[in-house]
Design a binder for this molecule. Structure first.
Ligand code: FPP
Length: 258
């Protein structure tokens, strides 16, 4: 029944107008666990299955970039036990998924202040990232110890250093030069940002990059967000008209000009 439903949804997706880059805020693991009288860590564990499913679905559809908010700078303020569990789970899950990621030609990128990640999980993550460095299919960006303001401040620091040592002319700094100093340098901006768990906010995520992204909020809790829910988000995205500041008439007369 579920498969049939997914097939019906897939038939509604226009494969010629897929988002090139999808970003996700994976929210609702704690509430999912609470609803079942389970521990928060059980919710995070269940959330790994959704990470697997959205990665597989993105790869199968041919989406080029998937960016996941796995651990924010602010998440360091959670109880120590939860932080330790999350760090362990993320390293463990990526290591477990590595053979399939390689089979599917998926490359892992790590975005964030990796110096703050404890050495054990950091080594696991770096090893998995390096093992996929040759992969040219889906580019999977994992945001860890990440916040957008951290990233923008980090870029500003690097720009200031380059200007101070004479390797960068301050007058040459424009939007594209600045974007080149962000952790996402070279990656096109997200076309679609999905947030699960019912909240309608951005929570310090990709603030520069989502200037023109389509936003999709769903009450579905992250562990319940599967391929069908993802397909529905893409169908919703494809029904929108992206204008990038232009008029509807301009876009319709010359859709290729965007
Ligand atoms: C938000 O739910 C989720 C997180 C802070 C962590 C996301 C981590 C995973 C999905 C685990 C696996 C990740 C990878 C990359 C393999 P919440 O705890 O804020 O939920 P709540 O709002 O219901 O409390």
């Amino acid at each position: 029944m579920e498969e049939h439903n997914l097939d019906q949804l897939l038939a509604q997706i226009d494969m010629t107008r897929l988002p090139r880059h999808v970003a996700m805020i994976m929210d609702g693991n704690g509430r999912w666990a609470k609803n079942r009288s389970q521990q928060r860590s059980d919710g995070h564990y269940a959330g790994i299955t959704s990470v697997h499913n959205v990665t597989e679905f993105s790869s199968d559809l041919g989406i080029k970039y998937l960016t996941l908010y796995a651990f924010s700078t602010e998440n360091w303020n959670r109880p120590t036990e939860e932080v330790e569990t999350l760090m362990y789970l993320i390293g463990w899950a990526i290591e477990r998924e590595l053979p399939e990621l390689l089979r599917n030609n998926v490359r892992i990128h790590l975005i964030g202040d990796m110096e703050r990640i404890p050495e054990g999980p950091r080594k696991r993550l770096f090893d998995c990232r390096d093992a996929t460095a040759h992969c040219t299919g889906l580019q999977l960006l994992m945001c860890l110890s990440y916040s957008s303001r951290w990233e923008i401040a980090d870029a500003a620091r690097k720009l200031a250093r380059a200007a101070a040592d004479g390797s960068l002319d301050p007058d040459s700094i424009d939007e594209s030069v600045f974007a080149g100093y962000l952790a996402t340098a070279g990656v096109p901006d997200p076309d679609l940002l999905i947030r699960t768990g019912g909240e309608q906010r951005i929570s310090n995520y990709l603030l520069w990059q989502i200037a023109y992204s389509e936003l999709y909020f769903t009450p579905t809790l992250w562990p319940d967000f599967g391929k069908e829910a993802y397909a529905r988000a893409i169908i919703d995205y494809q029904q929108r008209e992206r204008r990038f500041g232009k008029t509807s008439e301009q876009v319709q007369q010359n859709p290729g000009s965007l």
